[in-house]
Design a binder for this molecule. Structure first.
Ligand code: UD1
Ligand code: MG
Length: 452
């Protein structure tokens, strides 16, 4: 089939400089949801109509399979579809989607395509308790005869609760012909796509309908209120699927998945965690409250304590992270690594059984096994221009409040005394210390306040 996605509208009620279809839902632009669903149906042609916001829309979606057609000015939904006509293959039907209706499932769309067959006009309709604002489906003797827009409807028509979702399938040759006959003689002075329905009836083309599994699949975004409502619906669906699969969620209303989360068995997630990109949690992982985790692989049995920020990182089995740890891109922890509060790790590999339990910065470092990084340890990896690596070999003990001025190596089994500023390599197996000698000034007296 051909798929046309209408995305030229301006979205005035969003009160935003960003074109409406680029506003994110679950971390992904509205239009990206629609394009992904469209692609899952393997269309022969895929055409996106853009207009408001100019090149920002095509620029956001690279892909050889998408034809972009501009609609300028925007004279209505029928006029929008006209812009797609040069791209459509007459041999197959055309499915019309809206760029601001992000959650229609592929299953629902396939149902609509099935009832449309090759020669019918099929409309995705839904029954709403409050149909205000939507085009109403007018039926006679049970058969659809036309769609009337809210602004053009009389009182009896406004009472109809079956509404047009906007999503339709039409035989393409017929569609071309119907679109050339549209007029803008209506309340909004627009060329309505919905007017093709009465033409189909006049031409004896059967008009059929299908319904989505859930009414929210047809909800569109016209305002930030509706965007927030859809976000909650979508997150609720993700949470329900996780629970269904056996993940423990402390509160399914307080998790946000902006991407994909793959969970093993007996995973548990406390409240207010945000997952972005692709996050994998292996068996028996537990995530404490208030963590933000992006593009990370978390190994079996890992415990992430509350308030951690983890991005582009791999964490080995059995490790314990946080509370308040920050793992930045390029962090690779082997098994049973302990990273405690206020420790930041960046672009570093840390081998098994090593620990940095308090207040440290480990950047551009290669750390061996069974290393103990004391509180307040800093790798000085940056001279203001260049970055350098620090190598800490197996079984090293780094005393608290040490600075390792990279490039520098701490040899296997070495110990650094507390407060060491290491500017040359520390030999293996030895104690290295740089510290001013301790003195006590016998004659010193604490100053006292002189009263006037
Ligand atoms: C449209 C339908 C209405 C339906 C409702 C469902 C028409 C005439 N009406 O009304 O029956 O119940 O959707 O939400 O079709 N667009 C363009 N170019 C334009 C105008 C719109 O690309 O010139 C795009 C918008 O970006 C949006 C979609 O078409 O993605 C719908 O436009 P909108 O103005 O929201 O139509 P409604 O008045 O809501
Ligand atoms: Mg609308």
């Amino acid at each position: 089939m051909n798929i046309v996605i209408l995305a030229a509208g301006m979205g005035k009620r969003m009160h935003s400089a960003l074109p409406k279809v680029l506003h994110p839902l679950a971390g992904k632009p509205l239009l990206a949801h629609v394009i992904d669903t469209a692609r899952s149906l393997s269309p022969d042609t895929l055409c996106v109509i853009y207009g408001h916001g100019g090149a920002a829309v095509p620029d956001a979606f690279k892909g050889a399979d998408i034809a972009f057609a501009i609609q300028d000015p925007q004279l209505g939904t029928g006029h929008a579809v006209v812009q797609a006509l040069p791209h459509l293959d007459d041999r197959c039907p055309t499915l019309i989607l809206y760029g601001d209706v992000p959650l229609t499932s592929a299953v629902t769309l396939q149902r609509l395509l099935d009832v449309a067959e090759r020669d019918k006009l099929a409309i995705l309709t839904v029954h709403l308790d409050s149909p205000v604002g939507y085009g109403r489906i007018v039926r006679e003797d049970g058969k659809i005869v036309r769609i009337v827009e809210q602004k053009d409807a009389d009182e009896a028509e406004r009472a109809i609760r079956e509404v047009n979702s906007g999503i339709m399938v039409a035989p393409t040759v017929r569609l071309r012909q119907w679109l050339t006959n549209l007029s803008n003689d209506n309340a909004q002075g627009e060329y309505y796509l919905t007017d093709i329905v009465a033409q189909a009836v006049a031409d004896g083309v059967p008009v059929v309908a299908a319904q989505p599994d859930a009414a929210w699949e047809t909800l569109g975004v016209n305002s930030k209120v509706q965007l927030a409502e859809l976000e909650r619906i979508f997150q609720g669906e993700i949470a329900a699927a996780l629970l269904e699969q056996g993940v423990t969620l402390a509160d399914p209303a307080r998790i946000d998945v902006r991407g994909k989360i793959l969970c093993g068995g007996d995973v548990s997630i406390d409240v207010n965690c945000v997952f972005e990109g692709l996050v994998t949690l292996e068996d028996d992982v537990s995530i404490g409250a208030h963590c933000v985790i992006k593009n990370a692989h978390i190994g079996r049995g890992v415990r992430i304590k509350p308030f951690c920020h983890i991005e582009e990182a791999t964490i080995g089995a059995g490790s314990v992270i946080g509370p308040y740890a920050r793992l930045r891109p390029g962090t690779e922890l082997a098994e049973d690594v302990h990273i405690g509060n206020f420790v930041e790790i960046k672009n570093s590999q840390i081998a098994a059984h090593s620990k940095a339990n308090h207040l440290a910065y480990v950047g551009d470092a290669t750390v061996g096994s069974r290393v103990n990084i004391g509180a307040g340890t800093i790798t000085c990896n940056y001279d203001g221009v260049n970055k350098f690596r620090t190598v800490i070999e197996d079984d090293v003990f780094i005393g608290s409040d040490s600075q390792l001025i990279a490039p520098v190596t701490v040899g296997k089994g070495a110990t650094l005394g507390a407060g060491t500023t290491l500017s040359k390599n520390a030999p293996a197996g030895k104690l290295t210390i740089s510290r001013a000698g301790q003195v006590t000034i016998e004659s010193w007296q604490r100053p006292i306040k002189i009263k006037k």
